[in-house]
Write a new protein. Structure first.
Length: 345
């Protein structure tokens, strides 16, 4: 019995040696170690042997089975590798070639600028709020101290949704984010500190510095005892965070109907540091935002007592900031969606 088992092992191994394909390997397995194989039959017939022999022969038969299975696994691995190698050769694949880079997305430069602006003001305690792009005449103009025949309406070339003759209840695409000042003050009682990022629209021919859709960020702070000093401190801090501690910041008088006094804020030119160059129109300064102390008429309109509360507001165009920082000379590049431009940021 022992001899015949050893013979089975040698025969099986000799046959395994001859196997040259994965398909044949399977039939070898069935033949030599499967249910109907001689080896399995030998194991089954053990029951009829005396105990002593049964132990000896049983353990040998098991050892042979394990041995054959092990050899089969080795052979299988070998055949698989051989198969892959010949496949690669046939297909002419060069697996040493570098792989294709998956294109990764990134944030749009304007989104990056918005994030940065929002993060500076939220660190100062401002909350973020958003509002509708389609706005009423009332919020965009009337409540901001810009009645129908006010010349300031000419500053805002408007996309009308309804006929503008409809007055306060005409709809339009908001020309600035300032209408959100009114919406917020209608709902909230002071103290208020909010920042409103959003899209704005102007009915204008586009050129290198004008787009019909662009982003603005509006700020509003209302409380007791807010003065011009708070406005200046806040906006100094903002400019220094965005453009660096050393950057000079200039405040000059300006006019906006919804503030009194109104100011225009400029920073020392990023390019020539104040000496004068093409970027700053040889003035040495870059204007970046409008601001002012909220007009008492605006506060009255939303039933906030201007004798008790004061506040400041500011508004800025967003695209201008990456344009200045990266030396981009055409605002239209932001919205052409040319990946070669966008992927640089
Ligand atoms: N809304 C103005 C614009 O679009 C910018 C502005 C100026 C906003 C002064 C303000 C402000 O809040 O106080 O041109």
């Amino acid at each position: 019995m022992i001899k015949s088992l050893e013979k089975l092992r040698l025969e099986a191994l000799a046959e395994l040696e001859q196997v040259s394909e994965l398909k044949e390997l399977e039939s070898w397995r069935v033949r030599c170690t499967g249910k109907k194989s001689k080896l399995t039959q030998a194991l089954r017939s053990l029951a009829s042997l005396p105990l002593d022999e049964r132990r000896k022969i049983g353990s040998l038969a098991n050892e042979i089975k394990v041995d054959l299975e092990l050899r089969m696994d080795e052979k299988k691995k070998f055949l698989e590798e051989e198969h892959m190698a010949s496949f690669l050769k046939q297909e002419g694949l060069d697996i040493t070639l570098p792989g294709k880079l998956m294109p990764t997305g990134r944030l749009h430069p304007v989104t990056q600028a918005l994030d940065e602006i929002c993060s500076i003001f939220t660190r100062m305690g401002f909350q973020i709020a958003e509002g509708p792009d389609v706005e009423w005449d009332y919020y965009n103009f009337e409540a901001l101290n810009i009645p129908p025949e006010h010349p300031a309406r000419d500053m805002f070339a408007t996309f009308w949704v309804d006929s503008k003759e409809t007055g306060e209840s005409a709809r339009l695409l908001r020309t600035h984010t300032s209408p959100m000042q009114i919406r917020i003050m209608e709902k909230e009682q002071p103290p208020i500190r909010v920042l409103v990022p959003g899209r704005t629209y102007r009915y204008e021919a586009t050129d290198a510095t004008h787009e019909s859709m662009f982003y603005q960020v509006e700020g509003l702070a209302i409380d007791t005892n807010i003065t011009m000093a708070d406005l200046k401190g806040t906006l100094f801090e903002f400019c220094h965070c965005l453009f660096g501690e050393e950057r000079k910041v200039r405040f000059r008088c300006d006019y906006f109907p919804f503030v009194e006094p109104g100011v225009e804020v400029a920073v020392e030119c990023l390019n020539c540091h104040g000496k004068g160059c093409r970027l700053c129109g040889y003035s040495g300064w870059l204007e970046i935002l409008g601001a002012g102390m909220v007009h008492p008429n605006v506060l009255k309109r939303v039933a906030i007592d201007p004798e008790k509360y004061t506040g400041f507001a500011f508004g800025m165009g967003v695209e201008r900031i990456p344009m200045l920082c990266y030396g981009i000379d055409d605002i239209r590049l932001f919205y052409n969606n040319d990946i070669r431009f966008l992927k640089q940021f």
